[in-house]
Design a protein around this ligand. Structure first.
Ligand SMILES: Cc1cc2nc3c(=O)[nH]c(=O)nc-3n(C[C@H](O)[C@H](O)[C@H](O)COP(=O)(O)OP(=O)(O)OC[C@H]3O[C@@H](n4cnc5c(N)ncnc54)[C@H](O)[C@@H]3O)c2cc1C
Length: 422
């Protein structure tokens, strides 16, 4: 267990649990101290599995938020299929199982001293540090799109208040208005996410604002599951969705959130009645502070163990890492986390280290009973996480199969969130 020195901490967030308010120095005495920054799909899974499989290790999870709202299924919330409560999860069970959960923002990492500093100055010591902070945005990449602009034109690419705001904007948009989505450049979190979102927004409009239009301004020339999404737009939302790829005017250079205009590379100012701007992305800032990023803004890793290749005793899982052939997804993060947990236990206790294997499936719901998927298996090579085999739904599949895929997706959501949080 953790010893608290210098001063005793004042309160616990939940009586009887190990969710801690931040003390000044956390010095654990155990077979090894594992600190995880970020309690999402990646970090939550690492913390849970290290503690479950090696109870003698001292595992501390540092997470900025008291609850975790999943980005996965947040598009279904926007589409009116799920409510926010059903995609929000607590850390109570993890804390009850012996993980020291600290609700605080980590603001510093000293890789030499092997310490993490929290925003209130508390210092947490580690033997192995796992970075799982997800993404941050390159706020300077599109002129005029900053955090203040995101209050008017939400990104909703970190789930929670932004997702709620985007749904409100969609539901309140003027009758017959134009909704503009600015899609992000590669690489970014959840490649099919923007296009699934368009389907869910179109679903809302079809129900309550049927003359509304959606324009997607996309810097890319092609996107994930393209033929399948285009089929869905034709089948379910005919005439409602226009996708503008990069070479045809999709590249955005400036945004004026007050005037609600979006200016493209060729100088055209598109007027929006409501908008969703998904900016270019990079690894969560704490990864950069820890020195674990490279010139790309993401974290290089050893695919066999998820260890950072640039900082000793640091591992990186989830969206923040450079995942080779894997997409940045919750499924991927959870899969990488299990490899990482095994490697951390091996390093601290000498437990077995098996060859790393990874899996991913991304389901996209395009209408109430119409879901499609793409997925693959992967192995670790000395260069990267490499794809071994994959599958994808086909254009023209039967309604029965698409409904079955929808049920499969719901089953996955329940099982991955149980795998992380219970
Ligand atoms: C609209 C949308 C739809 C998606 N749909 C799917 C889907 O259907 N299937 C799928 O598999 N994936 C989906 N994803 C992707 C998925 O959500 C991410 O890939 C996944 O959450 C990545 O996990 P992570 O652990 O790397 O990051 P996150 O889950 O974002 O977790 C990072 C955590 O770190 C915390 N944190 C960050 N910095 C600090 C700090 N300094 N101190 C303390 N805490 C910190 C954050 O608060 C956060 O809780 C979707 C994403 C979006 C945006």
């Amino acid at each position: 267990m953790i010893n608290i020195t210098r001063r005793r901490f004042g309160q616990t967030a939940a009586a009887g649990s190990a969710i801690l308010a931040a003390p000044s120095i956390l010095r654990a005495q155990s077979a090894g101290r594992v600190v995880v920054i970020g309690g999402g799909a990646g970090g939550g899974t690492v913390a849970k599995y290290v503690k479950k499989d090696a109870p003698d290790l001292d595992v501390t999870l540092i997470e900025a938020n008291a609850q975790y709202t999943t980005c996965f299924y947040s598009n279904l919330y926007i589409g009116g299929i799920r409510d926010l409560d059903s995609i929000t999860h607590s850390y109570d069970t993890m804390a009850g199982n012996g993980v020291n959960v600290i609700n605080a923002m980590a603001s510093g990492v000293d890789a030499g001293a092997k310490t993490v500093t929290l925003e209130d100055g508390t210092v947490v010591e580690y033997d192995k540090l796992v970075l799982a902070p997800g993404i941050d945005f390159k706020w300077d990449a599109i002129e005029g799109y900053d955090e203040a602009a995101a209050d008017i034109m939400p990104h909703a690419y970190k789930a929670g208040p932004q997702t709620k705001l985007l749904k409100e904007k969609v539901d309140a948009m003027a009758e017959g208005g134009t909704f503009v989505m600015v899609a992000p450049p590669n690489p970014y979190r959840c490649p099919p996410g923007p296009y699934e979102r368009v389907c869910m927004i179109a679903k809302r409009f079809k129900e309550s604002n049927p003359t509304a239009k959606i324009m997607i301004l996309d810097p890319k020339e092609k996107h994930s599951k393209q033929a399948l999404f285009q089929e869905a737009w034709d089948n379910h939302y005919e005439g409602m969705v226009e996708w503008v790829p990069g070479d045809f005017g999709g590249k955005v250079t400036a945004i004026d959130a007050t005037a609600m205009t979006i200016t493209t590379e060729d100088g055209e100012a598109v007027k929006a009645d409501a908008a969703n701007i998904i900016p270019p992305q990079k690894a969560g800032t704490i990864a950069e502070i820890a020195g674990a990023t490279d010139d790309t803004g993401w974290c290089p890793i050893d695919a066999h163990t998820m260890a950072s290749t640039v900082v000793d005793d640091v591992y990186v899982v989830g969206d923040a890492c450079i995942p080779g052939d894997m997409p940045k997804s919750g499924f991927s993060a959870n899969s990488q986390a299990k490899v990482c947990a095994m490697a951390v236990r091996n390093a601290l206790t000498g437990s077995d280290l098996f060859p790393a294997r990874f899996r991913n499936t991304c389901w996209s719901t395009v209408a109430d009973e119409d879901t499609m998927k793409v997925g693959a298996s992967y192995e670790a090579t000395d260069e990267k996480i490499a794809k071994t085999e994959g599958f994808i739904s086909e254009v023209g599949e039967s309604a029965d199969l698409r409904l079955q895929t929808r049920e499969e997706a719901d089953g996955w959501y329940d099982s991955i969130t149980a795998d992380i949080f219970s």
